[in-house]
Design a protein around this ligand. Structure first.
Ligand code: NAD
Ligand code: AKB
Length: 326
């Protein structure tokens, strides 16, 4: 058997979707999942599951050596909204774990690649709002954004100083129905579909005109794997701007209302609106498009269509006990 792929944060929104796709590429036997959540056994989505804390350096070294891991997708983190409620934990989970993963990649010979996600949260109030360039002012003022900025610099450092092959993307808000988001500011763009189909109404915690960069999950996973497959020599950056579409809650509301004319949204901005206010509306991902051929496939109408179909199906399955909310 070839080397294994380790996915940390495996039970989260991205981990769940990434593993399903990776299984189709390399088979479940080559995937090791790690998360702090209790999944009720030693298997997650038919992969080997290790329950543990990514801050535990010894555990990470042991898992990587025992399973002869070659590639690490290091996804475990606290996201922006949770991070503002638990800043010290956000710092230790997001930063200590990245340090350990990069040290492992530096020291363990059979580890040849690391993927680590950054975020649009790396930008701040002094960053341009529209078509943010790849290289720009980055002065985030959420703890989450600060960990992403420090993380980007750390990845760059390990890459330059020790030739660790670490690659990253500044993900926008990701939208999915098979796995649900956890503790982010952009989560409204998933919740709204469930509320539209279940209750016909939604109370949105962002302002109606709070425009943010967003992406359908299938585009995000495909782009991630394309970046990992790209020849290292083609990559000018360690972490790339990565974009698809941008919209505000009221634009999403209108796009949903094109399918559900009676759908109603009330706007009651809370602390998450202040977080989103620091982030840009749109991103220039020209470097990703030039260097490794990135191209998104889902525009807003396509995203709304696939989400309404998927959420409707999921609600039906839940009603007959075939699927449980995650
Ligand atoms: P998520 O919150 O859905 O999942 C994170 C997972 O990490 C959870 O399953 C959680 O149990 C696990 N975890 C948390 N603390 C842990 C610990 N101490 N040890 C082990 N596991 C732990 O998040 P996600 O949306 O899947 O995000 C994955 C990565 O992508 C994160 O780094 C996040 O910052 C980044 N990202 C996500 C988005 C998005 O919209 N989903 C956008 C930008 C960046
Ligand atoms: C969040 O809202 O925290 C994430 C992100 C954009 O990083 N979805």
């Amino acid at each position: 058997m070839g080397g294994r792929i380790l996915v940390t944060g495996a039970c989260g929104q991205i981990g769940t979707e990434l593993i399903q796709v990776l299984k189709g590429v390399v088979g479940e036997a080559r995937i090791v999942s790690l998360d702090i959540r209790d999944v009720g056994g030693s298997s997650w989505l038919d992969t080997v599951f290790i329950r543990g804390d990514v801050r535990d350096r010894e555990l990470l070294f042991r898992v990587v050596r025992e399973f002869r891991v070659e590639v690490i997708y290091h996804l475990a983190a606290l996201l922006s909204a949770t991070g503002e409620r638990r800043p010290e934990e956000a710092w230790t989970i997001n930063m200590d774990s990245l340090w350990h993963v990069l040290m492992i990649a530096k020291e363990v010979d059979h580890v040849r690649q690391v993927f680590w996600p950054s975020s649009i949260a790396v930008f701040g109030p002094t960053t341009p709002k529209e078509r943010v360039p790849q290289v720009t002012v980055m002065e985030p003022n959420t703890i989450y954004g600060i960990t992403k900025l420090a993380g980007e610099r750390l990845c760059e450092y390990f890459c330059r100083r020790w030739q660790v092959d670490v690659r990253g993307l500044r993900y926008p808000g990701l939208i999915s129905y098979r796995s649900l988001p956890g503790g982010g500011t952009t989560d409204y763009a998933v919740e709204i579909f469930f509320a539209a189909l279940r209750e016909g109404r939604y109370t949105c915690y962002l302002s109606a005109d709070r425009c943010l960069p967003m992406m359908y999950i299938d585009d995000a996973i495909r782009g991630t794997l394309e970046l990992m497959d790209a020849p290292r020599s083609a990559l000018r950056y360690t972490v790339y701007n990565f974009a698809a579409i941008s919209f505000s809650p009221s634009e999403l509301e209108s796009a949903i209302r094109a399918h559900l004319p009676d759908f109603e949204v009330e706007y009651k901005p809370d602390y998450r609106d202040a977080i989103a206010a620091q982030w840009p509306c749109s991103i220039d991902d020209g470097a990703a498009r030039e260097d490794w051929g990135w191209a998104h496939r889902y525009d807003l109408p396509a995203l709304v269509k696939v989400m309404l179909e998927g959420v409707r199906q999921r609600i039906r399955e839940e009603a007959v006990g075939l699927s449980s909310p995650s």
